[in-house]
Design a protein around this ligand. Structure first.
Ligand code: GAR
Length: 193
């Protein structure tokens, strides 16, 4: 069984999609043992509580620096015997404490075809630029913002009639399928090692 922690700052629809995939047995040998959030008021936190998933939430402003709060996060991850970290809308760069402890074991989902439109509001950036194709990327995490080796990508055509709302729905639909698929393939590799 691969024990994962999901990190989320906001709505947590990807977090929910992971839980649902486990419930429906679309992904096997994976257990979500912790939700980590840098926003105690995030909807993701409520969703975790409703699903009886342990939560660690914190506010960066309560700590002197990233090193200090990441040490506390690492302690929680160790307590819950977390093997793998999934960033699902976690809007903060990871520092050396977590990157070192979970080297090669952290993935992120991003709503664009990286390396295009890194950072916040990738969907808005794509619309503003006027691209005809955008998409979703799942990648390993390094110290950069939305950088690191790409694991999976899927494209979405941007049609004339698309609004921010309809494009967001289309992209999230793909995220909610692609991220669990990648988690499953990584879990398969873990269990065959
Ligand atoms: C998702 O679209 C995810 O790709 C994006 O935040 C959203 C979170 O939604 N992540 C990034 O932009 C990372 N740079 P959710 O909270 O409903 O899962």
């Amino acid at each position: 069984m691969m024990k994962i922690a999901v990190f989320a700052s906001g709505t947590g629809s990807n977090f929910e999609a992971i839980l649902e995939s486990i419930q429906l047995k679309k992904i096997k040998n994976v257990e979500v043992v912790l939700l980590v959030s840098d926003n105690p008021n995030a909807l993701a936190v409520t969703k975790a509580k409703n699903a009886s998933i342990p939560v660690f939430s914190f506010q960066a402003k309560d700590y002197p620096d990233k090193l200090t709060y990441e040490q506390e996060v690492l302690e929680k991850l160790t307590n819950h015997q977390v093997d793998f970290i999934v960033l699902a809308g976690y809007m903060r760069l990871l520092g050396p404490v977590l990157l070192k402890a979970y080297d090669g074991k952290i993935i992120n989902v991003h709503p664009s075809l990286l390396p295009a439109f890194k950072g916040k509001d990738a969907i808005g950036q794509a619309l503003d630029y006027g691209v005809k194709v955008t998409g979703v990327t799942v990648h390993f995490v390094d110290e950069g913002m939305d950088t690191g080796p790409i694991i999976a990508q899927e494209s979405v055509p941007v049609t004339m009639s698309m609004t921010r709302e309809t494009l967001t729905i289309k992209i999230q639909e793909i995220e909610h399928r692609l991220l669990p698929e990648v988690i499953q393939s990584l879990a398969n590799k873990e269990t065959t090692i």
